[in-house]
Write a protein that binds this ligand. Structure first.
Ligand code: ATP
Length: 285
């Protein structure tokens, strides 16, 4: 099957700082792709660049074969590429109903409508006339995802949907997302909870210092391997045929026969130092 989204050597900067470096990925319809990586790895910048909310400084993004690298964000939404941003960014002064309906005009026609979104998020029905700013974090996240669904995306980009939510609210959001996945929508999600990543993702991409260091089917990565890529502690282990296979230290090395394709760079080792921080340890669930 042809890729829906083809990312080739994509780079993005914040001022002089390279936040996304030479990233290449192919996303096929139905993929549930989880982007993992420590704080500052470039996940949010990558999602925002795909959505057109941040300018690419190099490389290309193709959508069904068409170069959309310079396409404005609103036109990408109309093509079926929607972002649920970190922090939700709802219209706090508008009601839940208005937040959902305002998105309708921006997107495509399709299976998602006001009614089907409420079927997916029934907890919003009694809140339709409430101001979005009055909702709990979990309810706000449901509105943010519902608002994106109202545009009938073919690819939904979800940035840390569980950030700041109670475990119960996170479960509610993911229960609803399971229904969305069941409808064939392609997802690219940034998620810090590795257990949840392994439960929902079909594919896991690990970023380190702006680069992709691992890209593999979720069932071919152990938790220890993901953690090792996350911290940049895997060793170079050249694979036959010119590719590079990542094997992790410690526990993960035991599973080297199932090691994913990985991009080994000098940065990987440098980043090992940079990412062995207290904060990063806390992020791994
Ligand atoms: P997090 O999990 O903390 O959101 P991330 O993997 O999503 O991290 P980004 O937020 O994309 O990473 O950040 C990538 C790099 O760009 C980091 O070094 C970060 O400090 C920097 N950066 C991000 N946003 C800005 C900004 N608005 N201005 C300047 N630098 C930024």
């Amino acid at each position: 099957m042809n890729a829906l989204l083809t990312i080739e050597s994509l780079s993005a900067h914040h001022g002089q700082l390279p936040a996304v470096r030479d990233v290449s990925l192919q996303v096929r319809q139905g993929d549930i792709l989880a982007l993992v990586g420590a704080n500052g790895a470039g996940k949010t910048t990558l999602l925002r660049t795909l959505a057109g909310a941040h300018r690419a400084s190099g490389g290309t993004v193709r959508w069904d074969g068409v170069d959309i690298t310079r396409m404005p964000a609103n036109e990408r939404v109309a093509e079926g590429l929607a972002l649920v941003p970190e922090g939700r960014r709802l219209f706090a002064g508008m009601t839940v109903r208005e937040n959902l309906l305002v998105a309708r005009a921006a997107g495509r026609r399709g299976q998602w409508s006001f009614d089907t979104v409420l079927d997916a998020f029934p907890q919003l029905v009694p809140k339709l006339n409430a101001g979005a700013g009055e909702l709990s974090g979990g309810q706000q996240q449901a509105v943010a995802i519902g608002r994106a669904l109202m545009t009938n995306p073919r690819v939904l980009l979800l940035d840390e949907v569980s950030l700041g939510l109670s475990p119960l609210a996170v479960r509610g959001v993911y229960d609803a997302l399971r229904g969305v996945m069941g409808q064939g929508t392609t997802l690219i999600l940034v998620e810090q909870d590795l257990q949840r990543v392994q439960a929902v993702a079909s594919r896991i991409v690990c970023m380190l210092e702006g680069s992709v260091v691992a890209d593999a089917p979720a069932d071919q990565l152990t938790r220890a391997q993901i953690t090792a890529f996350y911290f940049g502690v895997q060793r170079p282990d050249p694979a036959p045929g010119g590719g590079a296979t990542g094997s992790a230290n410690g526990e993960a090395a035991d599973d080297a026969s199932r090691a994913p394709q990985a991009h080994q760079t000098h940065q990987t080792h440098q980043a090992h130092q940079a990412h062995q921080t207290h904060q990063a340890h806390k992020e791994v669930a």
